[in-house]
Design a protein around this ligand. Structure first.
Ligand SMILES: [Ca+2]
Ligand SMILES: [Zn+2]
Length: 282
């Protein structure tokens, strides 16, 4: 009993340390930040945002709203990685709470479980295991969120694809997270359920708030101040770029710990609505 619990806490410590060290060493591989939107797609997004603003100023009361079906795919290895249905339901509840002011809600449509150690450990962006897993399991079209849980190797917490990437590679579309980041998992401080919110933020089209650093167009959102630091913990008041206001450390699209992130801005919501309507038809 003692040996088991020591082994379990060592495992939890190792997983946590790996995740943190990977973030420090290679933050761009922590999650979906490696994808970018093509220039012509971004031009379409800007036109869509202009149209949405015109409709609003013309007094249209039509708000963007839609329900996103969620197909959950739990990968396990020798029983490791299994997540109960009730935890999945709790996790979707957190996603709905966090995304409540975006106009979109998320509705659990299916849960499947697949025992496959090769996928559990080997899935990552661009791997053979990723192609096999998604080809076998993906459900629905552009508006269905496919959410996979695995363990990864090398400390990755999660990653996601962009809406504008669906057209050229629909099978690849979706979010893949470390199973211990699902609410109630052991990947502290990323185990309160808001890693899914962060990854779904990418899935609906948002960049990190520190995208692009202090100069240039940054995350292509005007109400998130330029930011060059990838936040750790909850450094409220951090100001990594002169002017424009303090960093968005409480924003869901930073890397602050789960308990710190609880915000999306009006500009982010406008940007995600434009991409959901353009590229996910919802
Ligand atoms: Ca600033
Ligand atoms: Zn991210």
């Amino acid at each position: 009993m003692v040996r088991i619990s020591i082994a379990a806490s060592l495992l939890a410590f190792a997983a946590s340390a790996l995740a943190l060290s990977t973030e420090r060493d290679a933050p761009t591989t922590l999650c979906g930040a490696t994808q970018t939107i093509a220039a012509e797609d971004e031009a379409a997004v800007q036109r869509q945002i202009s149209n949405m603003r015109s409709q609003r100023s013309a007094g249209s009361t039509a708000l963007r709203a839609g329900t996103v079906p969620v197909a959950v795919h739990i990968i396990t290895c020798n029983g490791r990685g299994d997540i109960s249905d009730s935890r999945i339901q709790q996790q979707i509840g957190i996603l709905n709470s966090d995304m409540g002011n975006t106009g979109y809600s998320f509705s659990l449509s299916s849960i499947d479980r697949t025992a496959n150690c090769d996928w559990f450990n080997g899935v990552n962006q661009g791997t053979t295991q990723e192609r096999q897993m998604k080809s076998a399991l993906r459900r629905g079209g552009a508006s269905t969120l496919n959410f996979y849980t695995v363990e990864f190797t090398g400390g990755l917490v999660g990653y996601a694809t962009f809406p504008s990437s669906y057209r050229s590679n629909p099978t690849n579309d979706g979010v893949v997270n470390h199973f211990e980041s699902v609410v109630g998992g052991s990947l502290s401080p990323y185990n309160l359920g808001t890693i899914l919110t962060h990854e779904v933020g990418h899935w609906v089209g948002l960049y990190h708030v520190f995208q692009g650093g202090c100069s240039g167009s940054g995350d292509l959102v005007s109400d998130t101040p330029p930011q060059s630091t990838i936040s750790r913990g909850c450094p409220v008041g951090q100001d990594s770029c002169s002017g424009g206001g303090v960093d968005s450390v409480r924003n869901h699209m930073d890397y602050s710990q789960d308990s710190c992130r609880n915000q999306l801005t009006a500009g982010q919501i406008e940007r995600l609505q434009a991409q959901m309507s353009l590229y996910r038809g919802i």
